[in-house]
Design a protein around this ligand. Sequence first.
Ligand SMILES: [Zn+2]
Length: 392
Amino acid sequence: MSLTAVYAKKALVGEELEVLEDACILVEDECIAEVTTRREFEASGRDAAIVRLDGRTVLPGLMECHDHLALDARLPGHLDMMNLSECEHTLLALQGLHDDLMSGVTTARCLGDRNYIDVVLRDQIRQGRVSGPDLLVCGIGMKGCHGHGYVGMPHSGVEEFRRTARENMFHGVDILKIFVTPGAPAASPEEFIPCYISYDEIRTVVEEAKAMNLRTAAHCIGGRGLDYCVRAGVDVIEHVYSITPDQVKLLEEEFDGWIDMTSGIVLDPEREPYCPPAAVKKMRAAREYSRQCINQIYQSKKIRYTIGTDANHGLLYKELEYACEGGASSLEALKGVTVHAARMCGLEKKTGQIAKGMKADLIAVDDNPLEEIRALKNVRFVMKSGKICKAE
Ligand SMILES: [Zn+2]
């Protein structure tokens, strides 16, 4: 057993990310053994290896709630890359995993890949053979055969969805993912939003997941597909770019799942050079309406949400800025990638906060992100499960 004492100017501790000054986090093997102050630790006379993060703020490792491994939104033409070979996908994945980890992501929720590379890489990372965040994976994403989902495979009819759901679970996935609607947002409340999966198909996947105690995630921008997801008991609804005020009310009153926000896809103009011209045109036309729709979630006091990038590796900090611009407090935004993210993933007893017994997933930045969310842009130190992965 080895004891390490991490000293920091401040630490954001516990479920409420409370500021602890002159902090000392004691790490024993993979876990946090104690959260105390430097003064108290030094007075105790105990022996430990010291990690000095003087002047910095330590917080829980970030959880990227919407990732893909074989997709990299930072590359031109990335949406056409789904037909590359398994080997090329793996190389893309390794780069993305590295950049995620170096940016402070210690857990990533991967929402669909090909050839089960996500399952294999999750296991390789856990065995210490590959470096990257701890992963939750969903294997083959299921889409309608006339529908959207670059990373998904086409399905039609309840039995086809059931078969792939079971095949995924046979391979050991953590989540089942379906693609309910188009990817591009609507430009106005009047625009029709197709729904590519029937209520029965959605409900079948939810039932199969529940039978194995797994959770479901649905790509859904809005329209009737969103109503279906709520009624069918989907656990996490992704994106919601085109959600109406009535649907926000529906979520507030009848939905006990989570919304996973990926605002940058629509709001970030810096993503445009990497997308096809037709998609850029549609995105620009829809940007302001989408902003209104998305911000309803950030401003709701009742809807539980988490935050992800959708494969914009290493750039999660940008999503937190959009959340804050949209009306979230920096505390709520930060919870969306730590405490709340862990709860949404069912990992709240293992990670997501700095507390005794949790995995020692820690990062450090120059300033307190509760005062300046942009501080997350430059992550100086990353510890995952007690192991230092980055130290500047
Ligand atoms: Zn996605």
